[in-house]
Design a binder for this molecule. Structure first.
Ligand code: SF4
Ligand code: SF4
Ligand code: SF4
Length: 316
């Protein structure tokens, strides 16, 4: 990780010093352990704050839309795929963008670490190869990094950037090793009424803070449907019908666009696993339409095309 940090800083300083970009979007250490935060470095000095670690869980593509400056962005596999998606949707100008590609070894779930150490207060986490050294008052624990990866990073199929102007190190093995279809499979095994009760249970604790929406690079509308009042597409209360409507509509807005980056789940303060919806849709789009989002800038997104032989058995 330290080598990636150094190379990111090196690239950022060079691009800023040459005037090739006005700003470099990357991560810097968070104010609490295991929460690196998005950071916009605007000078060579500020570039020294950039870091790369197992806790870079935000999706930086989220900060590209409606940005006029010449921008460089640090991008791992999923973020690079969201950049491709934004290019396909004409939301960003490739000519004003430099992509510093980072082959990714997966991000660690903060909540899995906390579960593992019994929710003790953590003062610091050091990365030593494949081990995380977690330190707090009166304790130090060494944990296996791979066992604590976020669910989406465990099943990730594209850890290398699919688009970049320069890379900070050699590519890694693209697939993380987990079975991407297993995430969606539990829904498929359930009868319709069981699916509904499982869905209700999964989202019962949602407080509608919209952190999941705000963390997602797909959600760039000027006015989100949940904030619209004329017409009001979705009630604003925490009544379960309103909560469920929000999540169902949000998931369908992500259909054929979601890269399974996991930023939504990482942002949720209530630990809600909203990828149970988006990963099922990701699987359906991949299997029914043979389309994987964010892989090819020239491809037409699957929800933007119609073929007479499109599968439609699911339309009742
Ligand atoms: S989803 Fe893939 S590319 Fe993105 S952080 Fe996880 S392992 Fe890395
Ligand atoms: S981040 Fe979590 S609590 Fe907030 S709206 Fe999304 S699912 Fe609900
Ligand atoms: S819905 Fe979640 S997993 Fe999909 S692109 Fe948005 S933040 Fe990433």
């Amino acid at each position: 990780m330290q080598q990636r940090t150094e190379k990111i800083r090196e690239a950022a300083k060079r691009l800023l010093a040459e005037g090739a970009v006005d700003v470099v979007l990357g991560y810097r250490a968070g104010t609490v352990p295991m929460r690196e935060q998005p950071f916009a470095a605007r000078s060579v000095e500020e570039a020294d704050e950039l870091v790369w670690s197992s806790f870079c869980c935000n999706n930086l593509a989220n900060f590209l839309v409606r940005r006029d400056e010449k921008t460089a962005i640090v991008a791992q596999g999923c973020v690079s795929r969201n950049i491709v998606g934004l290019l396909q949707e004409n939301q960003i100008d490739r000519k004003r963008l430099k992509i510093i590609g980072v082959p990714c070894l997966g991000m660690v779930s903060r909540s899995k670490v906390l579960d593992k150490i019994g929710n003790k207060t953590v003062f610091a986490v050091e990365e030593q190869g494949e081990e995380l050294v977690v330190k707090g008052k009166g304790f130090e624990e060494r944990l296996n990094r791979k066992e604590l990866l976020r669910d989406n990073c465990f099943t990730c199929q594209h850890r290398n950037p699919v688009i970049s102007d320069e890379m900070v190190c050699e590519p890694v093995q693209d697939a993380a090793g987990g079975d991407i279809d297993k995430m969606a499979a539990p829904w498929e095994a359930l009868a319709p009424e069981e699916r509904w009760s499982t869905f209700k249970e999964a989202f019962a604790d949602c407080i509608r803070c919209y952190a999941c929406r705000d963390a997602c690079p797909l959600c760039y509308c000027h006015v989100c449907f949940v904030d619209e009042s004329k017409p009001q597409w979705c009630g604003k209360t925490q009544d379960e019908a309103d909560v469920q409507t929000f999540h169902i509509l949000r998931a369908f807005h992500c259909a054929g666009r979601c890269t399974d980056c996991g930023a939504c789940e990482s942002a949720c303060p209530m630990g809600i696993k909203m990828r149970v919806l988006t990963s099922k849709i990701e699987k359906d789009v991949r299997q029914m339409y043979g389309y994987t989002p964010g892989m090819d800038e020239k491809a037409t997104p699957t929800m933007s095309v119609y073929r007479p032989n499109d599968p439609q058995d699911f339309i009742k």
